[in-house]
Design a protein around this ligand. Structure first.
Ligand SMILES: Nc1nc2c(ncn2[C@@H]2O[C@H](COP(=O)(O)OP(=O)(O)OP(=O)(O)O)[C@@H](O)[C@H]2O)c(=O)[nH]1
Length: 892
């Protein structure tokens, strides 16, 4: 360890050049030759201070103290240095480079009031004249007591004022003065204790003096003074027991000081990397760690340029995949008016937006890929060598009352032998007939909307579409809709012009109207077959069937009867004692009893099959229809049923799909748009009518659900608590009672005796219907009742205040003349002053002369008093009005 400070170090500390230091040192009487020349610590301090402040107490006192100068007692190791008389030789540590701003700060800093005071309160100690206070240098490390040091200290004391001479005898080593513990050192530094009787030696005073005059301009300098002693002791090169010269500089620089003690040549960088913890430099360590983390994260973000995600992905899952936080994802969507929570599923458009926003290429992978049993079926089962012709599947659509049902019934009754048709009067969703030995399957869809809904689910069960148009009525609104749906289905269309038996029948009119809509008859040069017929008489029906077979030939409908079965559900219901029953049309293969089947979210084993004639059969062939028993739940119409190798396979697919569907449904119910949200907020809360819907068949359930959802407006809406196929059960009642004001709507289902009684006892309303429109109308009425009535104001008349009279203990009476309409009592009234409404309240008294009256007509005078209001002035107008409540009804 060096006891000297070199010129370049002083230069560094003082922010000057080495030459400047040499020249300034010369002024002070130090003869320094090169930047490598060294001086004692005290001298260094003096020089630095002189450079920074431009003055030196030494220069001022030089003449007075000259006589007292003691000759240097001992030369130190460095020969070239000429130690000045009153220098204390201490170990001086190298100074770290200062920043420019810091230098300026130091240069500008003047001693604080406290410092000045401290100096003044030590009049007996003139050490500050000898050892000028030096900004930026603090002695915080104790030097090990040594003989050499004692000598030096003694020398110092000798050289000091004669006033100190008395205390000279008491002087001990520097370490003794400062005490052995860091705690004592701390006390010395933090608070001057000049009166410390026990150790009030001159040496301690000198030491204290030095401490006191230290500038406190920099918090860094003070912060680490002794709090860090513990850390030092923990470090390898514990500095306890040694004298430390701590430069007043920032934390980084401190580390250098101590590092330099160990390895004087090491750089700041080295010291940081080699021993950051030795100086308790935790903040630095943390910063670096943080920085490291950030860099790591940035790298990760930079790496994610594309993600492959499942189709149904929740916000937090997407965020995770993209290396973002859910909040970031939510914020982006929120900014675009989409309100999502972190558990919501993201829609396709939302994913696109997010991908663009984050600069990530988002590839959507089908989440149901592994359980896409329909696709798997098509990939595996196609074996064209087994293909045979299959019967066509025909759907009949048309405007209401144009004879759709009549036609279906007529075809069925005329083509199915009465003996065979056990339950022919029974409604059946699909049936197969034979025409000239060839089979044709007809499907009865609840309407064209249901037909499209089925298609939307991927069920393209229909091969040919028949549009029924009544010859006497022509093309109607629903006919037009049917044309659109039929065209969208991209199937051949045959127009059945019905009711040709009627006198008013006009085939050409129908043809013309249809041609106008792009359905040009073949005999008119188009490509659409028009078959005139009568569902009543049966005329033309054979023509229609022949035509269907012709079309079917053109279509070359083929399938493999030996393949695993694939069928489409056209109708499904829950039947008492039988469980879920699904009416299906076989599209490929043969569906047999015992087949393990999966049907979207439902699965099971075929227990029994009933054909369209109500007969028990063992299997259903190509394009045949029948009712299947054995599914665990009621499937939705339009879903595809596929036979699987094992029951487990079927179950696994169905349960996975069911879980997925449930999660998606949940997500949907929690998702609201921003507009909806703000609407809800503005309104306080939307009024809801909770309902439970129970129907006989899936088709009507969907139709009712769809209709009810549509009749919502900004104030009221239907909340479907539960909707299912099947009778009204006790569990429905429990569900209804859990939701306030919930009503149960039954369509073609009725509660049994016990359920009815329980509902009555529990006060739960059960409404049953057999006509959908009645149900919808009832709900509309119920919702209308929930809507707030509109309050309309109707002015009755105005009166001008001509005079006012103050009646003690009663109030102000306005003497008025009715100028318009009639002024009434009991309604509301407003006072209009200079055209502005100043008060609205109630009239407490209306008098004509002395009589109380109910109303006063135009042109008459009257006295008006307001209820608890007296600020009426001449010239005011009093207007009376009534409020009329008007009920609101939901429009169709
Ligand atoms: N004269 C005559 N009447 C017919 C014919 N076809 C149907 N009708 C009558 O027209 C009315 C409506 O027949 P539906 O078969 O119920 O008509 P739809 O299109 O099925 O009606 P929705 O089921 O309500 O859509 C019934 O009164 C039938 O008797 C026909 O060819 N000639």
């Amino acid at each position: 360890m060096s006891d000297k400070v070199r010129v370049y170090e002083i230069a560094d500390e003082a922010g000057a050049s080495s030459n400047e230091v040499i020249s300034k040192a010369k002024d002070l009487g130090y003869d320094l030759k090169s930047p490598q020349s060294a001086v004692s610590y005290e001298a260094a301090e003096e020089i630095a201070n002189y450079i920074m402040t431009g003055s030196s107490p030494k220069l001022k006192v030089k003449t007075t103290t000259k006589a007292k100068k003691a000759a240097p007692k001992k030369e130190k190791k460095v020969e070239e240095e000429k130690i000045e008389e009153n220098e204390v030789v201490t170990s001086v540590k190298s100074s770290a480079p200062k920043k420019e701003t810091k230098k300026e700060e130091i240069a500008k800093t003047t001693p604080t009031e406290e410092e000045k005071q401290t100096v003044n309160t030590q009049p007996e100690d003139k050490s500050n004249r000898i050892i000028p206070k030096r900004r930026g240098l603090k002695i915080v490390k104790k030097k090990k007591p040594s003989f050499e040091d004692e000598d030096v200290i003694e020398e110092l004391n000798i050289s000091k004022d004669s006033e100190d001479a008395a205390s000279k005898k008491k002087m001990k080593s520097l370490s003794e003065i400062l005490g052995g513990s860091a705690e004592e050192e701390k006390t010395v530094t933090s608070e001057a204790q000049p009166s410390a009787a026990n150790q009030a030696s001159a040496k301690s005073k000198i030491k204290k003096e030095k401490k006191k005059v230290l500038p406190k301009a920099h918090t860094h300098g003070t912060k680490i003074e002794f709090d860090d002693v513990k850390d030092f002791s923990d470090s390898d090169d514990s500095l306890l027991g040694e004298e430390v010269v701590l430069l007043d500089m920032d934390v980084t620089d401190e580390s250098k000081i101590f590092e330099d003690q160990k390895a004087p040549t090491s750089t700041i960088k080295q010291s940081r990397s080699s021993k950051p913890a030795a100086f308790g430099n935790r903040p630095q360590g943390l910063t670096r760690k943080k920085r490291k983390k950030r860099i790591k994260k940035e790298v990760e973000i930079a790496e994610i340029t594309e993600v492959i995600i499942p189709e149904d992905i929740r916000v937090y899952e997407f965020a995770e995949a993209c290396g973002k936080s859910p909040a970031e994802v939510i914020t982006v969507l929120f900014g675009l008016g989409m309100m999502v929570t972190k558990n919501d599923f993201l829609k396709q458009d939302e994913l696109e937006i997010l991908g663009e926003e984050f600069g990530i290429e988002v590839t959507v992978k089908d989440a149901l890929e592994d359980v896409n049993y329909v696709e798997d079926y098509h990939e595996e089962e196609i074996d064209e060598s087994n293909f045979v012709n299959r019967p066509p599947v025909v759907t009949i659509m048309g405007h209401v009352d144009h004879g759709k049902t009549s036609l279906l019934d007529k075809i069925r009754s005329s083509k199915v032998a009465a003996a065979e048709a056990g339950g022919i009067t029974q409604h059946i969703a699909a049936y197969t007939i034979k025409q000239n030995g060839q089979k044709i399957t007809f499907v009865d869809t609840p309407g064209h909307a249901a037909f499209s809904a089925m298609r939307a689910r991927g069920a393209s069960v229909t091969d040919i579409i028949i549009i029924v148009v009544a010859a006497d009525d022509g093309v109607k609104q629903q006919t037009e809709e049917v044309i659109s749906h039929a065209k969208a289905a991209n199937c051949p269309i045959i127009v059945a012009v019905n009711k040709m038996d009627k006198e008013s029948a006009n085939l050409d009119m129908v043809k013309a109207q249809m041609a106008e809509r792009g359905m040009t008859p073949i005999d008119w040069g188009g490509d659409v077959e028009f078959i005139p017929l009568s569902a009543k008489t049966g005329d033309g029906i054979d023509d229609l069937l022949e035509n269907i077979l012709l079309q079917s030939e053109i279509l070359e409908l083929k399938a493999d009867p030996n393949a695993k079965a694939k069928a489409t559900v056209v109708e499904a219901s829950l039947e008492k004692g039988r469980g879920p029953v699904a009416t299906v049309i076989v599209q490929n293969g043969t569906l047999k009893i015992g087949d393990n089947i999966v049907c979207d979210t439902t699965y099971g084993r075929v227990k029994a099959i009933t054909n369209d004639l109500g007969q028990q059969v063992k299997e259903l062939g190509l394009s045949e229809t029948g009712r299947i028993l054995g599914l665990n739940e009621v499937p939705a119409s339009g879903t595809v049923m596929v036979a699987q190798e094992t029951e487990k396979e079927a179950r696994d697919i169905a349960t996975t799909r069911a879980e997925h569907a449930r999660a998606k449904e949940l997500s949907k119910s929690t998702k609201v748009s921003l507009e909806e949200m703000s609407g809800l907020i503005a309104e306080g809360k939307i009024k809801q009518l909770p309902v439970i819907i129970k129907t006989d068949v899936v088709g009507s359930l969907e139709a009712i659900k769809g209709s009810l959802e549509k009749i919502a407006n900004e104030e009221v809406k239907v909340k479907i608590v539960h909707a299912a196929v099947g009778g009204i059960t006790e569990s429905d009642l429990i569900l209804a009672s859990a939701s306030e004001g919930c009503i149960i709507l039954g369509f073609n289902v009725r509660p049994t005796g016990s359920v009815k009684n329980k509902a009555k006892a529990d006060g739960i309303t059960i409404n049953t219907y057999s006509i959908i429109y009645d149900l919808i109308d009832d709900i509309k009425d119920a919702l209308s009742g929930m809507m707030s009535a509109i309050i309309r104001e109707e002015n009755t008349g105005q009166a001008e205040v001509r005079d006012t009279f103050v009646v003690p203990r009663v109030g102000t009476v306005a003497g008025c003349l009715v100028t318009d309409g009639k002024v009434i009592r009991g309604g509301h009234a407003r006072i209009i002053r200079d055209g502005v409404v100043t008060y609205t309240g109630k009239i407490s008294s209306l008098k004509r002369f002395k009589d109380d009256v109910k109303e006063v007509s135009n042109g008459y005078e009257c006295g008006i008093m307001f209820d608890k209001f007296n600020d009426i002035k001449v010239g005011d107008f009093i207007e009376t009005f009534i409020q009329i409540e008007e009920k609101v009804h939901i429009d169709d």
